[in-house]
Design a protein around this ligand. Sequence first.
Ligand code: DMJ
Length: 448
Amino acid sequence: QMMKFAWDNYKQYALGKNELRPLTKNGHIGNMFGGLRGATVVDALDTLYIMELEEEFQEAKKWVEKSLDLNVNGEASLFEVNIRYIGGLLAAYYLTGEEVFKSKALELGEKLLPAFNTPTGIPRGSLLSPCSGMSWSWGWASAGSSILAEFGTLHLEFLHLSELSGNPVFAEKASTSQLVLNRVEKPQGLYPNFLSPVTGSWVQHHVSIGGLGDSFYEYLIKSWLMSDKKDSEAKKMYDDALQAIEKHLVKKSAGGLTYIAEWRGGILDHKMGHLACFSGGMIALGAEHAGEERKQHYMDLAAEITNTCHESYARSDTKLGPEAFRFDAGTEAMATRLSERYYILRPEVVESYMYMWRLTHEPKYRQWGWEVVKALEKHCRVEAGFSGIRDVYTTTPSHDNMQQSFFLAETLKYLYLLFCEDDVLSLEDWVFNTEAHPLPVNHTNFQA
Ligand code: DMJ
C-alpha cells in the first residue's frame, strides 16, 4: 500500500520528471542525471514487479518504452546514472525478460564510456553530453579528484553490461579501477575517498565508510558473490579493507555502542552518517564467507553496528534517524548539529535489518522494521506522497517536499523483503546493487 501510494502520486503529479514534490504536487528534475528523466520510474520498476503491482508495473514499462529518451544533453553523474538507471533497467530485464529494458541499459551504458578516457582509466565523476565525449571531476571534489564511492561502484552493473552485450569493454573499464585500487599504496591499509584520475594517487586522506566511501566496500564483497565466488581479488581487497577498518575506525562508546568513526589524516571524527548504516548488512553478508575463526566475530560486529543504527532511530522523537549522529561530549547516537537532524527517506538502516533478518532470523529485526513503517506513516506520509523531514527530534516536523526515487527503489523494497519468505530474491541467487536493484549471481561463467 505504501508503494502504491508513492507510485500513484508520482504518476499523477510528476510522471516523466525525476522525483515527486509531494507538498506542492509537482515534479522535480534536479541536476544529477543530466538530461535524463523519469528516475523514479526506472528506480521503481523492479519494486513494483516483485510486489506484484501488475497494473502499476505496466504503466512504468510503458513510460520506459515510449518516453525514456537517452539522446539527451546535460551534466550527469556517472555514479547516479549507473546505480539508478543502468541498475534499474538491468534488474527489470533480469526479472521480466523484456527486451526493452536490456536494450535501453546497453544503449545508456555505451554513453557512459567517455568518462573513462583518463590517463589511469579511473573515470571522472561527471560527464556532459555523451556524444561530446567530455567528462570532468566535480567542482567540489578536492583538486580534480574522483571519488572512491563513485568510481568504485560500477563493477556489478558493468559486468552485466558485458555479459548481455558480449562486449568486454564494460568489464574491462570496471576492472581497471579495481586493479588501480588494488595496487596503490594505502595508508594503514585504508582507502581514502579522493583519488586523482590523472596520477592514480590519493589526493586527500579522508576515510569514511559512510558518504564518499560506502558503496566501494559494498561492491568488493558483492563483486565476489556475483562472480559465484570467483573474483578472488575483490574478496581479498574486501577482507583486507574490513580488517583495516576494524583496527582503525571501529570504536565502542562509553555507553557500549559500537560505531564506525571517520578518519582524517590519522585523526578520528567520532561521527557516523546514516549512509554508513548499510555496513551492518554488508558485514553480515560477508561474515559467512570469512575464515572459520572470524565468522562469529563478524556476525557479532554486524549485529552491534545494526543495533547502534537502531539506537539512532530509537533516540529520536519521530523514531526515524538523523543524517549523522555523534559520539562525543557525552552524546551517543544522536545528531549534535542542527544541519544533521534531517531524514530524507534513506534506506540504509532498514537495509541492514533485512540482511540481519535473513541471516539470523532474530525477530527483533522485523520489529525494528515495523517501527520504521509506523514512523514513516506517521511523520512522512502527506496528502500526495511521502516526504523527507527536516528534524527527526520533533514530532511536528517540517517536510522537505521531496519523495526521493531511492525511497521506492530501496526503502520500500527492503521493508517488503524483510517481511517476505527468504526465497523471494534469495541471497544465494541475487546481489542487490547499491540502489537495491537485484542482479543475478552468475552461476555460469563470466569473468572480468
Ligand atoms: C542511494 O542512492 C544509494 O543507496 C547510494 O549508495 C547511497 N545513497 C542513496 C540512498 O541513501
